[in-house]
Write a protein that binds this ligand. Structure first.
Ligand SMILES: NC(=O)c1ccc[n+]([C@@H]2O[C@H](COP(=O)([O-])OP(=O)(O)OC[C@H]3O[C@@H](n4cnc5c(N)ncnc54)[C@H](OP(=O)(O)O)[C@@H]3O)[C@@H](O)[C@H]2O)c1
Length: 356
């Protein structure tokens, strides 16, 4: 592939005298992956496929990758690619829009996989429904696809991750969040957007953009809230922003459909777009960088308005380095974090009882 770049080959701009930034060597370090067991959701296209490509290229290969996706044939292709690079794999199928499938998948993983050192929760989608569409349990689709499934994976996998931590290496959860949580949602969680039922609001900012951004913000808020209790189990949780990466998500496919080919280059540069393997850098940093050992509740944002990476040292989750360090009001508010946590715990309990 012509655009394969990894490590310090990626375009980056930074100031070595400024303590906010790290060196390229530290930013693209993947040494923590060596011989680990990595679980990865959504590895079959888009940013996930960029991450899988990085795994085949790095010298610090994991021993095994547990692949979670919705398509058996795409999982088989990804597995083949990793195995030909000498990495063991196992595969599990779940459509993450369906809590029933997620719960069954998590239970199977917990039964089959005694060791998981790192869980990279990347699966998600910018859906483009023009009205509020409910999935089979009566939730708005973005809520399940981006947020609830992440919470279920954290809940089910935490004990295995905890048991897999060692005195020299804590376990990690790396979540694929998004700059849209500030760019579109302004860091203010509109709880009524997440509520169950047809009557909830569906404010649109581009097709599906605002509901998408709300569920990505919910990820950030929830991760900030659970970080201390997970840390007590020797599991650290951090959130990544990949930047703007034309992928197969419906939101991007919609943009690609609307923009004539001759204009694509302009759009690419206006939004600071990156290739898939470049966008993969932040979540790979959270999984693989030695400097992330013992760090939790952080946000890795290497910038999104330009194609190059600003190698900002991960910051506390409520801050947005690409937005002049502005603070997300909900992420910073303990009472609102509690509210989201309590409402999510109720939703998960009801679904676990329903699908026991
Ligand atoms: N692209 C961007 O600019 C951008 C920016 C910020 C954040 N993100 C986040 O990055 C993550 C990856 O998205 P992407 O842009 O790479 O999109 P993508 O190309 O559509 O890839 C998404 C991955 O998640 C899987 N997935 C989607 N819906 C699923 C479902 N209902 N059940 C099971 N798996 C599902 C996809 O599986 P299939 O291969 O079967 O489709 C694919 O492997 C998402 O969490 C997204 O919110 C993306």
């Amino acid at each position: 592939m012509a655009d394969v770049k990894h490590g310090s080959e990626m375009p980056h701009r930074t100031d070595p005298r400024d303590p906010k930034f790290m060196s390229a060597e530290a930013a693209y370090d993947l040494s923590n992956l060596s011989n680990k067991v990595l679980l990865f959701t959504g590895p079959t296209s888009g940013l996930g496929s960029g991450c899988m490509e990085q795994l085949t290229l790095t010298d610090f290969k994991p021993a095994k990758v547990i692949l979670v996706g919705r398509s058996a044939s795409k999982l088989a292709d990804t597995s083949k690619m990793l195995e030909s690079a000498g990495i063991l794999t196992s595969t599990y199928i779940a459509d993450v829009e369906k809590p029933k499938a997620v719960i069954q998948c998590c239970k199977q993983i917990v039964a089959d996989e005694p060791v998981i050192h790192i869980a990279a929760l990347n699966a998600g989608a910018w859906l483009t429904d023009k009205t509020r569409v409910m999935q089979e349990d009566g939730y708005e689709r973005h809520y399940c696809t981006n947020f609830l499934q992440m919470c279920l994976f954290i809940d089910y996998l935490a004990p295995t991750l905890s048991a897999s931590a060692t005195p020299s290496s804590r376990s990690r959860i790396a979540v694929m969040g998004s700059f849209t949580s500030f760019g579109m949602a302004k860091g203010n969680l509109a709880f009524e957007h997440l509520q169950k039922g047809q009557d909830g609001p569906y404010y649109l900012m581009q097709e599906g953009g605002y509901p998408y951004a709300q569920t990505k913000l919910a990820q950030h808020v929830y991760c900030k809230q659970v970080a201390p209790s997970l840390a007590a189990m020797n599991v650290d949780i951090n959130v990544a922003c990949p930047g703007s990466v034309p992928s197969n998500t419906p939101g991007w496919l919609n943009i690609k459909r609307k923009v004539p080919n001759c204009m694509w280059g302009c759009v690419w540069s206006m939004v600071g777009a990156r290739y898939l393997n470049e966008g993969a850098a932040t979540i790979m940093h959270l999984c693989g960088a030695a400097s992330m050992e013992g760090k939790s509740g952080k946000y890795a944002d290497f910038g999104y308005q330009h194609r190059y990476h600003r190698l900002t040292i991960p910051v506390d989750l409520e801050f947005y380095p690409s937005n002049k360090g502005k603070v997300a009001p909900t992420t910073a508010n303990p009472a609102l974090r509690d509210k989201l946590y309590a409402e999510t715990a109720d939703a998960m309990s009801a679904l676990k009882a329903k699908y026991a």
